[in-house]
Design a protein. Structure first.
Lengths: 294, 347, 244
């Protein structure tokens, strides 16, 4: 029972982080068909902002990091991705990777590549008891925050008129524009939202790992990216479910693989990914109108 | 029929001759430079081989492929294991099976054997994956690279795992690298002129129509994938033996994306694009490195230099700018002298 | 009186293929004008250029006197032109109600919009029944009603329909064209593209026959009905000495 509770907490908190990151990627992909590698840098820069503001009250630090992530996201859209909207998906993806590299190199140039220690919410670094099981408070808070954000995003998309416009644009961008949806507005908001999600992930992830370095966001983004594809590119529900699923499977593998195979855990994960793609190339919950933007 | 006459055939091979001439010219120039430059040029030529391996599949099929570096790793380790002197092997890899420990084949056999193993692996893993397109293919091939990295990085008895293997035979001199680069160009050119490659490119343009042909497309892609894996394996072996030490870290994320970026920046759809992209980025990297180190202004005692890491920033910025202003890459998908060859490029 | 829509000398190409060559037409307020012609005549391209989906190589498109050629898509509906494209294009993953609401994106008068939506629901009970279900689950005819209603909800001056009867059973086509008649009665001008020449002749005030990218024949539908020139223009059989 202990292990089950601990397992659930571990799996869900990891899954929650992946889900939020996957949503950040999925939001942009759904309206632009752009697989944004630079999302990793949104997380990294938000974490650095937390570091820079660590002397200030938490609320200020979080606000600052959200601001940094959103500003960076919108900036990358305006400068790099707007002109490439008509390009083919491969070029866009590679461009996003180049943007990612650029930001990473700037960070290394300006701040050095040594990790800097960061403990934004020390109060959460304690353990609490759920019945007989001892779990990390931080992980519980992570699960809660992820759930709240997921709910907020869902409400925004399903209950507001702008959310409706975004969902329409995600399904059929051209037709949406013909009903009056403004392309630029939808895309900029998608980027801004992805910035907010990245900042939240940065806070939770930095709190768990305890330091920030120029490549902080990369492993997170790669796994989240995989989760998005498994869940169904272009489908936000798919992204969230994919994220949680990958979190659960990763934790499962960690627990159940025999010790000498543990280092190969990620190889197993990626082998499962390939299998999943072979069975369902469009993901488990493919979005409508995924084929192409008409 | 075009190409039937000798004159026609020579014209069709114009891009091939141009690219080979370019490589040979670069090698000749490098031969006159200092040792450091020579090493840089050799590295560029080895990268040319790798990018061509990537191009053979990606350029002709239009399908995104992130697995090249994984095959480079396999090629490198296979070549190393089969050609390293036994005492070096014994030092780093004490648990090798006897026959492998004793194997010490001629150094030049290494790349070809490495490539052959890669081709075999590609045949097996590529079979199911070739049905995928777009993002799914990107993730699947990326997963392949990742699996290679993890497996090679943890199969301690076979590869030494995380430690660096040292004592590889060094034979990758300037003209050896040149020879392999020319060979890679020739293989890629010969392949892309075959009717299979032509059919594959046709499927690239209209995947919906291609879907109606179903299986055939997957088979065509597999052919390109296997050939590309072979060339990547050769490139990996060359890379490893050029460096002299082998670390699984060298075959992970950064080179994966660098290779694809080189190809896309050069122009994904042409062999010239692959070569040009690689050379341009190598050249830029080199120039920016020099700027970082410091450029003495003649006549004064001043050396202009920048802080470390600045070169990387500029390189990334330049690559981004190239993509923004020329989304189809520097060559736009056309071959050098393509008009002469009558192909008009692969647009 | 200036025409609501005036197209002069329009030429549109896709790469090297010329889809429209020197097309001129006009639509006056309150009319129903039909453009007929066989497949590949360029009819969809014509509507696409007016809507801003295709950029003309030459010629002018004026709406209410203003030039609208090459403008961004979002401007089209804000000028008062609603396009119902070929193939319906409902937002299949969104509900029927959400599809209708989207039609009113540019409008701010929520109460009036709600009232109009209620009217369309009353007109088509099926829309009311399925209001919270995904629009992708409606039948072809129901979807066609939905997208026409969606187009109308933007309060346009001109409603453009591309092949509204395509793939629909004759009884459903009757309903669609009855809806188009209702649209005219609300004071909205209609420009409809049709392969179904018979329908066009029955409903429209004026007809343009488009073939191979050019207008071959035009006139009042009463005048063209049953005339051999009409068939000839439609099928591309030109009289002696006349080249396309």
């Amino acid at each position: 029972m202990n292990t089950l509770v601990q397992f659930a907490v571990d799996a869900l908190s990891l899954g929650g982080l992946y889900a939020l990151t996957a949503l950040g990627i999925g939001l942009i992909f759904s309206v632009m068909r752009l697989a944004n590698f630079a999302h990793a840098e949104l997380v990294t820069c938000a974490a650095y902002a937390l570091f820079a503001l660590s002397a200030h009250p938490l609320v200020m630090a979080v606000a600052g990091s959200v601001l940094v992530a959103v500003a960076l996201a919108v900036l990358t859209e305006r400068l790099a991705f707007r002109t490439l909207r008509a390009a083919d998906p491969t070029t866009m993806m590679i461009a996003s990777f180049t943007v990612s590299m650029l930001i990473q190199k700037i960070l290394i140039f300006a701040l050095g590549s040594r990790p800097k220690s960061l403990d934004p919410v020390p109060v959460l670094s304690q353990a609490v008891w759920i019945g007989p099981a001892q779990v990390s408070l931080l992980k519980l808070v992570t699960i809660a925050v992820c759930a709240v954000l997921l709910l907020a995003l869902t409400l925004f998309l399903r209950r507001t008129s702008f959310g409706l416009q975004m969902r329409a644009a995600a399904e059929n961008f051209t037709m949406a524009r013909l009903t009056g949806v403004r392309a630029n507005a939808v895309i900029v908001v998608a980027f801004a939202l992805s910035g907010v999600l990245a900042a939240v992930v940065a806070l939770l992830f930095a709190a768990q790992t305890g330091f920030v370095q120029p490549r902080l966001g990369v492993p997170l983004m790669i796994t989240a990216f995989v989760a998005t594809v498994i869940g169904g590119m272009g489908s936000l529900t798919g992204a969230a479910i994919g994220g949680v699923l990958v979190g659960v499977v990763t934790t499962l593998l960690q627990v159940f693989l025999p010790p000498d195979l543990r280092p190969f855990r990620e190889a197993f994960l990626f082998a499962l990914v390939i299998l999943a793609l072979l069975v369902k190339p469009n993901g488990l919950f493919p979005a409508r109108g995924l084929k192409e933007r008409i | 029929m075009t190409g039937a006459t000798l004159h026609g055939m020579l014209l069709r091979c114009a891009p091939l001759f141009a690219l080979v001439a370019l490589i040979v010219a670069i090698t000749l120039l490098a031969g006159m430079a200092d040792a450091v430059t020579v090493r840089r040029v050799i590295l560029s030529l080895v990268n040319v081989v790798a990018v061509i391996g990537l191009y053979i599949f990606m350029g002709n099929s239009g399908v995104l492929n992130f697995s090249s570096v994984g095959f480079m790793a396999i090629g490198a380790y296979v070549a190393a294991l089969l050609t390293m002197p036994a005492n070096a092997k014994g030092m780093f890899l004490p648990d090798l099976p006897g026959w492998l420990m004793a194997a010490e084949l001629p150094a030049l056999a290494g790349p070809f054997l490495g490539g052959a193993v890669c081709a075999a692996v590609a045949l097996v893993v590529g079979l199911p994956i070739m049905r995928l397109s777009g993002i799914a293919a990107a993730i699947a091939t990326f997963s392949l690279m990742f699996i290679c990295y993890i497996v090679l990085g943890n199969w301690t008895s076979l590869t030494g795992g995380q430690i660096s293997l040292m004592g590889l035979k060094s034979y990758v001199g300037l003209w050896t690298a040149c020879g392999f680069a020319v060979g890679a160009i020739a293989i890629a050119f010969a392949y892309q002129e075959t009717r299979w490659a032509l059919a594959l490119r046709a499927s690239r343009e209209d995947p919906v129509a291609a879907a109606a042909c179903g299986l055939r497309v997957a088979a065509l892609r597999l052919g390109a994938f296997v050939l590309g894996a072979f060339v990547c394996g050769v490139g990996g072996a060359l890379y490893g033996h050029f460096q002299g030490t082998l670390r699984v870290e060298s075959f992970y994320l950064d080179p994966t994306f660098l290779l694809v970026t080189m190809l896309v920046v050069g122009g994904m759809r042409s062999l010239t694009g692959a070569v040009v992209g690689c050379l341009v980025i190598s050249l830029l990297t080199e120039l920016l490195r020099l700027v970082e180190v410091g450029v003495p202004v003649p006549g004064t005692g001043i050396t202009l230099g920048t802080a470390a890491g600045f070169g990387d920033v500029v390189l990334a910025a330049l690559m981004l700018l190239i993509l923004i202003f020329r989304p189809n890459g520097i060559t736009g998908g056309r071959e050098v002298l393509g008009k002469l060859a009558g192909s008009g490029g692969q647009k | 009186m200036t025409a609501l829509l005036q197209v002069d000398g329009l030429a549109v190409s896709y790469g090297r293929i010329s889809a429209l060559r020197d097309v001129s037409l006009q639509v006056n307020a309150g009319e129903i004008v039909a453009i007929v012609g066989p497949n590949g005549a360029g009819k969809s391209t014509l509507l696409a250029s007016i809507a801003g989906l295709a950029r003309p190589a030459a010629g002018s498109i004026r709406f209410r006197g203003d030039s609208i050629a090459g403008q961004p898509l979002e401007r089209t509906v804000r000028r008062g032109i609603a396009l119902v494209p070929e193939g319906r294009h409902v937002f299949g993953g969104l509900t029927v109600l959400e599809n209708l609401r989207l039609g009113a994106t540019i409008r701010g008068d929520r109460a009036a919009v709600a009232a109009e939506i209620a009217q369309y629901m009353a007109l088509f009970p099926i829309l009311s029944e399925r209001r919270n279900e995904p629009a992708g689950q409606l039948s072809g005819g129901e979807q066609q009603m939905l997208v026409i209603a969606r187009g109308m909800l933007s309060d346009p001056a001109l409603l453009m329909l591309d092949e509204p009867s395509l793939g629909l059973a004759p009884r459903i086509i009757d309903q669609v064209y009855a809806l188009i008649e209702t649209v005219r009665q609300r004071g909205v001008t209609v420009l409809v593209v049709e392969q179904n020449a018979d329908r066009a002749l029955r409903t429209a005030d004026r007809i343009y026959v488009l073939n191979a990218g050019a207008v071959r024949l035009s006139g009042a539908s009463v005048d063209l009905r049953g005339k051999p020139e009409f068939e000839a223009a439609y099928f591309g059989i030109w009289p002696e000495g006349v080249r396309p």
